[in-house]
Design a protein. Structure first.
Ligand SMILES: [Zn+2]
Ligand SMILES: [Zn+2]
Lengths: 243, 199
């Protein structure tokens, strides 16, 4: 039975048997991993908080027949502790975990960019105190871009004509010029479109200077864009607390 | 695959929490070789528990009547309310003999990834219960893991503006575990050392 090391973010935990958990992880080198953590629900467990969702851990795993087994875990970033004490972060952060789990489809297929995006978003939210709702929106746009569905907020998504444009349509891939515009498109404010571009680029100066009205509108459009690209909706997205 | 009813039994057992296909098979063959009297008694209890046991209309704990034993006990202090996730947490806390107030069982913890939000738990019932002002302290005894912590955070924000003393079990309970696994001494100490939550 082979041993291997990797670093990972805990995406989800499920109870298994009396005291174990199945832990779903997004790792740097092995992509998504599902592994068993033995005895973690007992209060005497040596893993303790290290295998709670959001925690960035350094792991040693033993390859198993169906699921691998976690044999060592050391905390790199205790994001979980900072998320649990802030309800807005908890609900926004959970959508990030569920999105990462969903977008990385295969177990053990490397997904380095998605891993780096997730760690970056958790740091932005927990260490740099960026607003949780906007970190989430930015993470969703960038994750979709990594998955091959980069939205266009500047040039027309169909003909490439330089913007700014008025119409937004998730099915067409973003903003549309007057000629390419299709029925059923939204007409967001210019400031909202600029905000969406900043969220995609990670331009926090622009994001943090934006006002609530445009943030709300951008959030709605990000959600529409996300649900167009995901087959099934995310369970956690309806529970996000927005201020 | 086994024939007909044996496979049905294995399938049914396999649907229970924590029972994998191998354990289901093991339990099934244990039952097949067990004394018929024992098996009949087990079947009887299964049927009866579903018929007789319900949830206390006040606190949500398992009860054999409209309300549970603790809610009916006049010696329990009505001014202190301990909020827990599940009925088995009530059992764990009762074992410590440290707590003389009453309980409120939420029915789980807020877990957005499972689609469980505040509306899926007995939080509205909690707010209704607190409305008459008889309770002055609420102890948040959710599990010392992420979901339990986040649920306590949510409740604190809801309860603080009502002018209640809101307390959380003292740290010392190892993080990541289930409350039900804490030993009596540790849990009793966590109760004694509970601290007001400052948000
Ligand atoms: Zn065009
Ligand atoms: Zn009761």
């Amino acid at each position: 039975m082979g041993l291997y090391r990797d670093e990972a973010v805990v995406l989800r935990t499920q109870k298994l048997g009396e005291a174990d958990r199945i832990v779903t992880l997004l790792s740097r080198e092995h992509g998504r991993i599902r592994a068993v953590a033995k005895g973690v629900r007992r209060t005497t467990s040596r893993f303790g908080s290290r295998l709670e969702p959001f925690t960035h851990v350094d792991l040693q795993l033993a390859e198993g027949r169906s699921l691998d087994v976690i044999t060592q875990a050391e905390t790199l970033h205790p994001f979980g502790a900072r998320v649990g004490a802030d309800y807005e972060r908890y609900t926004a952060g959970t959508v990030m975990l569920e999105t990462a789990e969903r977008l990385v489809v295969e177990d053990k297929e490397p997904a380095l960019q998605q891993f780096l995006l997730l760690v970056g978003a958790l740091r932005a939210m927990c260490e740099q105190d960026r607003p949780a709702g906007q970190v989430l929106d930015s993470f969703l746009l960038r994750s979709l871009a990594v998955a091959g569905w980069a939205p266009s907020f500047d040039g027309c998504a169909r003909c490439g004509l330089e913007g700014p444009h008025r119409a937004f349509n998730p099915a067409q891939g973003g903003m549309l010029c007057a000629t390419c515009r299709v029925p059923g498109s939204a007409s967001p404010a210019f400031e909202t479109v600029a905000l969406l571009g900043a969220l995609l680029a990670g331009d926090w100066d622009v994001v943090e200077a934006s006002d609530v009205r445009h943030r709300r509108e951008a959030t709605g459009l990000v959600a529409a864009y996300l649900s167009w690209h995901l087959e099934r909706g995310l369970k956690s997205i309806a529970l996000v607390e927005r201020v | 695959m086994y024939e007909g009813i044996v496979q049905d039994l294995i399938d049914e057992l396999g649907r229970l929490p924590g029972v994998g296909p191998k354990s289901a098979q093991r339990i099934a063959f244990h039952l097949l070789s067990a004394d018929p009297v024992d098996v009949r008694r087990l079947a009887q209890v299964l049927v009866e528990v579903k018929e007789r046991v319900r949830f206390c209309s006040v606190c949500g704990n398992v009860a054999e009547e409209e309300t549970c034993r603790i809610c009916r006990d006049p010696r329990r202090d009505p001014s202190v309310l301990c909020v827990v996730e599940e009925s088995k947490d009530v059992v764990a806390i009762e074992r410590t003999r440290e707590f003389r107030g009453r309980y409120h069982v939420l029915g789980g913890a807020i877990s957005p990834i499972e689609g469980i939000g505040p509306d899926e738990l007995r939080i509205r019932e909690l707010m209704t219960r607190l409305a008459d002002g008889a309770v002055t302290e609420v102890i948040l005894a959710t599990d010392p893991n992420l979901e339990g912590e986040a649920t306590a955070t949510y409740l604190t924000r809801l309860l603080k503006p009502m002018g209640l003393r809101v307390t959380r079990l003292a740290s010392g309970l190892p993080v990541g575990g289930d409350l039900e696994y804490a030993d009596e001494v540790t849990l009793g100490r966590a109760f004694e050392g509970r601290r007001a939550v400052d948000d």
